[in-house]
Design a protein around this ligand. Structure first.
Ligand code: RFL
Length: 392
């Protein structure tokens, strides 16, 4: 077995959307950086998740001169909020509205890989295992890992943990440093990728039988989300049940069965780990916080973190000024809490307004009143639009 020691400025652990975006921003700015990813490139390229890059994040990519290379075209500026099959179209547009761009997380990750590795010769090491972090303040930080060639160590100035909720970065921080704040909603979503496009507007559907959504995932496909029990698994949801429930919850018998490509079960929960830094280790994206997917903010918050972090790392590396880096957690957390609040609002509203067995008739009526307010009050509609765009 070979043992290698190398050196760089920033080691990014995790080559998902946050790690690859950060590495691309740093590389573009001339900062030396290596990404360690435990999966192989083919796996990372096909992993499916989020769908829309919000308007704030579009502006961020424009600012870094990357929007046209990385993002797709403008996204639908409407949401069809349905209650038991009756639709009302909420318009996110308006004159000169900053627009989100349609870009599945998979498309963005593929474009980032192409730009970073194939375009800029970036250093992304796939299929690594046994990542260890030395960040005890005694000398420069050091990241160890192994791969098919043997064991390796990288000496660096800064480490960024972009390795999701179950990664090694947050776990390496000593007990007592971080506080975890969490909320469990008590139900889950079945996420089904199907061979059927959205034909009208993206749908967020309230129904007496539980929540249902249909969101675009390319010209031929869409993803349906169905509220289900936390204990549910694939054996509880054969394809025929999925289509029966979609027809029932949207109150539309005309919907035809189509191919279901995959089914994922996602427990709905909200978590923040704070502070998002310890010595020379910084956490970004799902490694630091989780939101329920109802507000479609997880990827967008990850992009926010790495935007702030990239600027702070540039100041630290290029100008030897650590002020912004030391304030990283304090800078991003207010934004994270704002969108935690929006995600809780969306989740409670869309689920409480549906099946009264969940939280009772009183909560159902207040949640439906909240939805009505979006259509009755221009002030409420304006605020909702700003949340959707990510500019609150
Ligand atoms: P990722 O994308 O999970 O990437 C983490 C990477 O770290 C690697 N890794 C390791 N590498 C090295 N060593 C280790 N020990 C490692 N452990 C893990 C992993 O292999 C992976 O490559 O986290 P990141 O970058 O923080 O990005 C977060 C987003 O992926 C996430 O927030 C979104 O997908 C959330 N999300 C949505 N966000 C939106 O903004 N809009 C949406 O519409 C939206 N829909 C969704 C979603 C998440 C969903 N699921 C699956 C929870 C819909 C669903 C169903």
């Amino acid at each position: 077995m070979v043992s290698n020691h190398t050196e760089t400025s920033v080691v990014v652990i995790g080559g998902g959307v946050s790690g690859l975006t950060l590495a691309t921003l740093l590389r573009k700015s001339g900062v030396a950086c290596a990404v360690l990813e435990r999966r192989d490139r083919a796996y990372v390229e096909v992993r499916q998740r989020a769908g829309v890059v919000e308007a704030r994040a579009v502006r961020m990519f424009e600012r870094w001169g990357l929007a046209d290379k990385l993002l797709g075209g403008p996204v639908a500026q409407t949401i069809d909020y349905r209650v038991n099959g009756v639709g009302r179209i909420f318009n996110l547009g308006g004159d000169n509205a900053a627009q989100g761009r349609f870009c599945t997380q998979q498309m963005l990750v593929n474009n980032l890989l192409r730009e970073l590795i194939d375009g800029m010769g970036g250093d992304v090491r796939f299929s690594v295992a046994d990542v260890t972090i030395q960040n005890d303040g005694d000398g420069r930080p050091r990241v160890g890992y192994s791969d098919s060639q043997g064991s390796h160590a990288i000496v660096c100035d800064y480490i960024v943990g972009c390795d999701g909720d179950r990664g090694v970065s947050r776990a390496s921080i000593p007990d007592g440093v971080l506080t975890s704040y969490s909320h469990e909603f008590g139900y889950a979503w079945l996420a089904a990728l199907v061979e059927a496009p959205v034909t009208g507007h993206p749908i967020m559907g309230v129904s007496d039988h539980g929540f249902v959504a249909q969101l675009p995932r390319g010209p031929q496909r869409s993803r349906y989300y169905l509220q289900c029990a936390l204990s549910d698994g694939p054996e509880d949801w054969p394809d025929t049940r999925i289509w029966d429930e979609i027809r029932l919850r949207l109150d539309d018998d005309r919907i035809e069965n189509a191919v279901v490509h995959d089914k994922d079960f996602v427990p709905l929960r909200s978590v923040v780990h704070a502070p998002m830094q310890y010595r020379n280790l910084f956490l970004a994206g799902d490694a630091a916080h989780l939101v329920p997917p109802t507000g479609a903010k997880g990827m967008n918050l990850a992009l926010y973190d790495v935007d702030v972090l990239a600027e702070a790392l540039l100041s630290a590396v290029r100008d030897q000024n650590r002020t912004a880096l030391d304030r990283y957690s304090d800078t991003v957390l207010p934004h994270i809490w704002t969108y935690q609040d929006f995600s809780v609002w969306m989740t409670d509203t869309m689920h409480d307004a549906g099946d009264p067995a969940l939280h009772g008739e009183f909560r159902r009526r207040t949640a439906r009143a909240r939805l009505d307010t979006l259509f009755d009050s221009p002030a409420a509609a304006g605020l909702h639009t700003d949340y959707q765009r990510g500019v609150v």
